[in-house]
Ligand binder design. Structure first.
Ligand code: IDP
Ligand code: MG
Length: 153
C-alpha cells in the first residue's frame, strides 16, 4: 500500500464546540502524520468547489452555509484545514471519522461521539475527511498550495 495524503477539515460545529484538540488527538492515535495545517476563511466559491459533486442535492445550500460557519456565528468563515499522510491514510481517517449520518456513525468514532442532526435536518458531523483517492487528490490540491505541505521524507 502506497503512502497516501488526505484532507481533513474541522467543521464549524467542531470549532465552536472546542473539539479541535480531540479530533487531532484521535488522528494522532491512528499513527498518521500531520503534514499541513492552516486556518482558512472559506469563500463561497471555495465551499461550492469543495462540494461540487453534491451540487444537485437538496441539502446543498445549507451545506454551503454550514461549511462557511454561518450556522455557528463565524463571521470570518473560519475553518481548520489539515493534511494527513501515511499508509492507507484515506481509509484510516474515514474509520476514525465514522459514517456521514451522525446517528448511524459507530460509537467511539468522532461523528458517533460528537455529531448530531439539528431539528431542521442539518447534519452536524464535526469533520470532513476525503472519501477516496480521487477526492483526496482533488481536495488537497484545492485547499493547499504544494509548498504549504511538508515534503515527503
Ligand atoms: P462525507 O462527509 O461522509 O464524505 P458526503 O456524502 O460526501 O459525506 O456529504 C458531504 C457532507 O454533506 C456531509 O458530511 C454532510 O455534512 C452533508 N450531508 C450529506 N448527506 C446529507 C443528508 O442526507 N442530509 C444533510 N446533510 C447531508
Ligand atoms: Mg464526502
Amino acid at each position: 500500500m502506497a503512502t497516501e495524503e488526505t484532507l481533513v477539515l474541522i467543521k464549524p460545529d467542531g470549532n465552536k464546540r472546542r473539539l479541535t484538540g480531540l479530533v487531532i488527538d484521535r488522528l494522532d492515535a491512528s499513527g498518521l502524520e500531520l503534514v499541513a495545517a492552516k486556518m482558512v476563511s472559506v469563500s463561497e466559491s471555495l465551499a461550492k468547489e469543495h462540494y461540487a459533486l453534491l451540487s444537485d442535492k437538496p441539502f446543498f445550500p445549507n451545506l454551503i452555509r454550514y461549511i462557511r460557519g454561518e450556522f455557528h456565528g463565524f463571521k470570518d468563515h473560519r475553518i481548520l484545514a489539515l493534511v494527513y499522510r501515511g499508509e492507507n491514510a484515506i481509509k484510516k481517517t474515514r474509520e476514525v471519522t465514522g459514517a456521514t449520518n451522525p446517528e448511524q456513525a459507530a460509537p467511539g468514532t468522532i461523528r458517533g461521539s460528537f455529531g448530531r442532526i439539528t431539528t431542521d435536518g442539518q447534519f452536524e458531523n464535526v469533520i470532513h475527511a476525503s472519501g477516496d483517492a480521487a477526492d483526496a487528490a482533488r481536495e488537497v490540491a484545492l485547499w493547499f498550495k504544494p509548498e504549504e505541505i511538508l515534503p515527503r521524507g
